[in-house]
Design a protein around this ligand. Structure first.
Ligand code: FAD
Length: 419
């Protein structure tokens, strides 16, 4: 790979194309400890964690989200943020920035089966907790982390730019980054792919992927319910897939409606009136009539698991390493656990961050948990998708049985909260 002589515009640190194109004072000529490709929720968290340890980090991101305005309606993409993720965000200083924008606590969770009387209810008060977690717009999480990154002297944020190639040698990894002004080559001890489900780093590293196409889509939108959402995360399991209503701070709800792909497309194309009737019916009129307030969008659902998370001088985190079914809202929380573990492995060692044996420790620590969560979600998906009368009866009895067993129930929810 050639080392180009020109630099690129880094709009986060220097918006002047002229100065950025002068190779002599380029911020890219130094060697970084770590280059993180992707400043989504997971990669941006990793950048902040490593910078806190005093490591010199470059974070490359192709697109930046637009600025937050409290007057804007909630974004369509939201995540249920676990207590463990909240703690990681607090430790790096992004949580209070998220709170200053918009977060929505949920105090209970109610799950029930449309085919019977089985239900399970989790309550924060029973655990002695103020809430079970928060619903936060993905953009809010990302903007708060970008803000922390900009405040750090140890992070160079290179955006809008894309990683296009890299080359690993004995003592470094050379990374080619491109934007409309040209290309630049960065050098580091370690390259981390935090670049999402279609990870360029994973593909270029030749790391293969196990895929499971669920043949479903997750339809997302913001809706208004006739009755209060009661700060509760609701999930109704239908034979076609679960419908979740997640409470937002302005009284509306964000929905994730899992449907066979063709049905999702059908509901996307429906006019609003017909959609309102369909979703109210699918939710069993539990909160009265439901009215859609936003555009609707749908995302294909695929389980993916990278065969390896690491290679010499390369590591994958978050969706680049694994994607799971969203029915328990754990995807990004697993990614945050990945980067907390990776940062932990890279701290307090004199060894190069690119050391394969060091990186293997990260892989060993995280792969089992991610795989288990992925398989558990697939198990739930199959269990609730079954129409056999005996399975329906058993799962409804099972839900009610667990609902009566406080210790088991509390253990389940503590695990989901990551505490
Ligand atoms: C319908 C739905 C609902 C969900 N709900 C939840 C939930 O409630 N809770 C939960 O925990 N999870 C949820 N998830 C999962 C969650 O959204 C993902 O796990 C999470 O977004 C992954 O974050 P990430 O940072 O790993 O990847 P991404 O969010 O995909 O970020 C990757 C980043 O890398 C950048 N990038 C990509 N390629 C390049 C390149 N070549 N160069 C530079 N930059 C690049 C992208 O621009 C992007 O910013 C849900 C998923 C779906 C589909």
């Amino acid at each position: 790979m050639q080392t180009p002589t020109n630099s690129i515009v880094d709009s986060a640190t220097d918006s002047s194309a002229d100065s950025a194109n002068q190779a002599s004072d380029s911020p890219y000529s130094e060697k970084y400890d770590v280059i993180v490709n992707g400043a989504g929720m997971v990669g941006a968290t990793l950048g902040c964690l490593l910078a806190q340890q005093g490591k010199k980090v470059a974070v490359v991101e192709a697109y930046l989200p637009s600025a937050f305005s409290a007057d804007d309606a909630s974004e369509l993409r939201v995540s249920a943020i676990s207590r463990a993720s909240q703690r990681a965000f607090t430790a790096i200083g992004s949580w209070e920035k998220m709170q200053a924008m918009r977060v929505s606590p949920y105090e209970s969770m109610h799950v029930w089966d449309s085919t019977g009387d089985g239900e399970i209810h989790f309550d924060a008060a029973e655990l002695g907790e103020p809430n079970l977690g928060y619903i936060v717009e993905n953009k809010v999480v990302q903007l708060a982390l970008l803000d922390v990154m900009r405040e750090s002297d140890n992070i160079t944020l290179i955006t809008p730019s894309s990683l296009t190639a890299f080359e690993v040698s004995d003592d470094s990894v050379l990374v080619e980054v491109e934007n409309e002004s040209g290309k630049v080559t960065l050098s580091a001890d370690l390259l981390v792919g935090a670049d999402g489900a279609n990870s360029k780093v994973r593909n270029l590293a030749g790391i293969s992927l196990k895929r499971n196409d669920y043949a479903q889509k997750g339809l997302v939108a913001t809706v208004k319910t006739e009755h209060s959402h009661q700060h509760t995360a609701w999930q109704r399991f239908l034979p076609s897939g679960p419908l979740a209503l997640l409470p937002l701070s302005d009284g509306s709800c964000s929905i994730v409606w899992t449907l066979p792909a063709d049905q999702a497309d059908y509901y996307l194309a429906m006019d609003e009136g017909a959609f309102n009737l369909a979703i109210s019916e699918a939710f069993g009129h539990h909160l009265g009539d439901i009215e859609v307030l936003s555009q609707r969008a749908a995302f294909p659902l695929l389980g993916r698991h990278a065969e390896h998370y690491v290679k010499p001088r390369i590591a994958l985190v978050g969706d680049a390493a694994h994607t799971i079914h969203p029915l328990a809202g754990q995807g990004v929380n697993l990614g945050i656990k990945d980067v907390v573990e990776l940062a932990n492995v890279l701290s307090n060692t004199s060894r190069s961050p690119g050391s394969y044996s060091l990186l293997r420790r990260y892989e060993r620590a995280r792969k089992g948990d991610n795989l288990l969560t992925q398989k558990t979600m697939e198990g739930f998906k199959m269990l609730f998708g079954h129409n056999l009368p005996i399975v329906k009866t058993a799962r409804n009895l099972g839900l009610n049985f667990i609902n009566q067993l406080a210790p088991v129930k509390n253990e389940i929810i503590r695990k989901a909260m990551g505490v």
